[in-house]
Design a protein around this ligand. Sequence first.
Ligand SMILES: Nc1c(NC[C@H](O)[C@H](O)[C@H](O)CO)[nH]c(=O)[nH]c1=O
Ligand SMILES: CC(=O)[C@@H](O)COP(=O)(O)O
Length: 164
Amino acid sequence: MASQLKNLSDFSHTVIPSAAPYRFGIVVAEWNADVTRALLEGAYQTLIKHGAKEENIQTYPVPGSFELTSGADLLLKQGNLDAVICLGCVIQGETRHFDFICDAVANGVSNVAIKYSKPVIFGVLTTDNQQQALDRSGGKHGNKGDEAAITAIKMAELTVTLNG
Ligand SMILES: Nc1c(NC[C@H](O)[C@H](O)[C@H](O)CO)[nH]c(=O)[nH]c1=O
Ligand SMILES: CC(=O)[C@@H](O)COP(=O)(O)O
């Protein structure tokens, strides 16, 4: 499996634009808070590392990953953001609830991005167990929060470049 081959947060092979010109929203789910707090820290510190200004990063909690879609919509409705990062952690339980949440949030954030023509980044872990989540939120497979922040910077630049 790909994730067993490398740290997924290794970006040494790519050019990352400055985040300084852009305004970011972050919506973070409170379910599995030990994991989502680590995702948030990774995303926030990565934005700052690449030049984002603290005053240009708005962070809001939502109860669970299912609410990330409406959280992103509410943020973009304000009209003053260049990208929104959605952070969550959905861990398989005994029922099919996992499937419905994962499908809903993946499709939901895609629809919000299209609705506003703004990047909405899917920084949601969808794992079989907690260890897989810990491994991807600052563990041996990196931090998906870092990856989400890099993606947000790149997509914000592309959006501004193409939209003028
Ligand atoms: N089981 C997980 C949830 N469940 C809660 C839903 O996201 C949602 O808040 C609820 O269905 C009410 O609408 N959320 C996660 O983020 N992670 C989980 O593992
Ligand atoms: C993803 C979930 O909603 C899940 O954690 C809830 O567990 P269960 O499927 O056992 O109700």
